[in-house]
Design a protein. Sequence first.
Length: 480
Amino acid sequence: MLLKSKYRVVFLITTLLIILSLSISTINYVVSLNNAQSQLKDQALPLSLDNIYTDIQKSIIQPYLVSSLMANDTFVQDWLVNDEDNSQKIIRYLEAIKNKYDMFNTFLVSDKTKNYYTQNGFTETIDKNKKDNQWYFRFKNIQNKHEINLDFNEHLSNHMIMFINYKIFDHNFHFLGATGVALKISYIDDLLKSFRLKHKFIVTFFDKNGRVVLSERTINKKKTLDDYEKLKEYKELILSKKTNVIEYKKEGNKYILNTKYIPELDLYLTVEANLNDFTEDVENVFYLNLLTSIVITFIISFLIYFIIKNYSKKLEYLSSYDTLTNIPNRRTFEEKFNSHLLLKRRRDSDLGVIFFDVDDFKSINDKLGHQKGDMVLRRIASILKKSVRKTDLIARWGGEEFIVALIDSSLDDTLVVCEKIRSSLEEDLKLKNICNYCITASFGLTMVSQEDTIEKVVQRADEAMYEAKKEGKNRTKILN
């Protein structure tokens, strides 16, 4: 229901944007036919500026999330703390991230060893005295946990590269290093060229010091804002975080310059237009702006629709399933079990519950490591799925505890299934290979009565399970 509501919102926004674009463009065509200067100043330039801003944002979303994922991955944190000598692990990890998300480059820098790794292997040991390594030490000392840099890196490519850097911390928030992704954004240069050729706009990006960071390199050789003879007097306005419109004259022509601050990149975007280019054919500009507005509206709407649909599915899965074992979690079990409780009261059908806990699981984690423990839990979940019917309910209750609800199952039938699961765990060769000894579990079994609530049922099954542990483990105890 919530998802459908979101789709209705997307449709409404799309409709409103289309209506708004049509209305504004039509009115402006009629009213501004003899007033090209006003049309350019108030609509064409702002629209183009927003279009470029939108394209930049779309380029950042996925790689930004990927960098965050890498920095918060417990595997990366554990590797930096305990296993850096095994460089192949992190190299394979970086390669997997690069291939999975189609990144140009993935990297990691260890603060302890100052080693720089990419998906291709160890690259170098960074040194604060090297100019090319200064970014790391500057990034380490800034307050922000992440940053985005645009740079030309001759070792990677001759094209513009976007680097997204993310700090890595351990569970005590001690700095461990930096990781992130790099991607080519050479298409931006083509985008700038297309805006100049098709729309007659000159687009430039400046940093906070007035340095030219991004421009169409074939026509612009200037390095700083001070190199622009007519613009340097407006330096304070251009490098302002407010959107500004600047009018000035150069070589007898009148120009309009729109500025916009892009917080994601900490850059200042300018779009420049020569008024003489737009007084020649106002009608063509009208149709072009109309078409551009509609196309961009549909693109944005499609992206919003796609993102909502994709992330809604992911969120639904994450909220319903245990990510380690890929079986339902406690929340999902409780929701479905409560429905079956209502059906039982209506039909007076049988409903059996099995609650079990892996014996001596803590020693598995302590002696063999958490990775082995995770392998054991995943294997148990696999055995559990094969041991029950599709109509039955299973879940990872928490830690090494699992729960099963057998629908329309008598006490005798429930006990048979319980013993089947218990013996399957004890006799499973894969579990034995993981730990080099047999894995067992203690089981509590109870039948649901008409007056029961889920709290009472789980409490009884839990008590029965603990009785089984007290009597020697690897057994089933019934409590009704």
